[in-house]
Structure formats: C-alpha cells, structure tokens
Design a protein around this ligand. Sequence first.
Ligand SMILES: [Zn+2]
Length: 144
Amino acid sequence: MAESMIVVCPHCHTANRLSAERLADGGTCGKCKSPLFRGEPMELDAASFDIHVQRSDIPLLVDFWAPWCGPCRTMAPAFAASARQLEPEFHLAKVNTEEEQQLAARFNIRSIPTLALFRNGREVARQAGAMDATSLMRWARSQA
Ligand SMILES: [Zn+2]
C-alpha cells in the first residue's frame, strides 16, 4: 500500500491526505472532523461526485438508483450492509438519478439500479440489476 492516500470526506467533500496507518484507524476529516468512513453509503450530487472520482485514491462504488424503482429499494439494505464490510477498501455512494439526471445521462445509465465502480478518475466496471450483499461484495472485490 502507498505511504499516504487521498481520501475525500463523505460529509464535506474535502480531500484529506492520510498515512496508511491513519487509514487503518479510519481517520477523520481535517476540515469538518467527520469520520472518513461512516459504514454507510454517502449521497452524491454532480459536484461532489466529481470531487470523489477525481481526487480520491479510494475506489468509489456507486449505486445509480431512483425512489420510484422497486428493485432499487430492494437492493438498498444490501448496499448499506456492504458499506460496513467494504470500507475502507472502497467508498460507497448513492446517486439519485431522478435528481441528478445530467450525471445519469453523462454515464449513459439506461437501467436502474446500476452499480458502477470508479477508480483513478474513471469508470472501471459496471453491473446493471439488483444484487444481494454477498454477490455485490464479491463483484466489487473481483473488480478491484
Ligand atoms: Zn469533512
């Protein structure tokens, strides 16, 4: 593992530089003092999404969803449970495609839920359709 990493705060979206040791402890944001890993998915809009994708050294697993989508609601608890297990290897985020239509269009999200994995500023994997927590975590780790 690198000696230090950039981790973007899930609360105020400030980029923090953390040593590997501090990362293992979880770490807190230098600006807002929130934990950098909360054990739950963060909600992102277009602006905060870009900061996480472009600045963070932590792979970002994104659930593109919408409130009217039944399978999305079904998958939500599995996605939330996965956050507790996949951190700090990954950050998990939700993008509401109803509110962030431009972001969904930019990534050509055709069906929801769609999971997409971003690393080093770009999308590296995508999977459409609801998954249970076990499959979801296995898929994420197989792409890392
Ligand atoms: Zn913060």
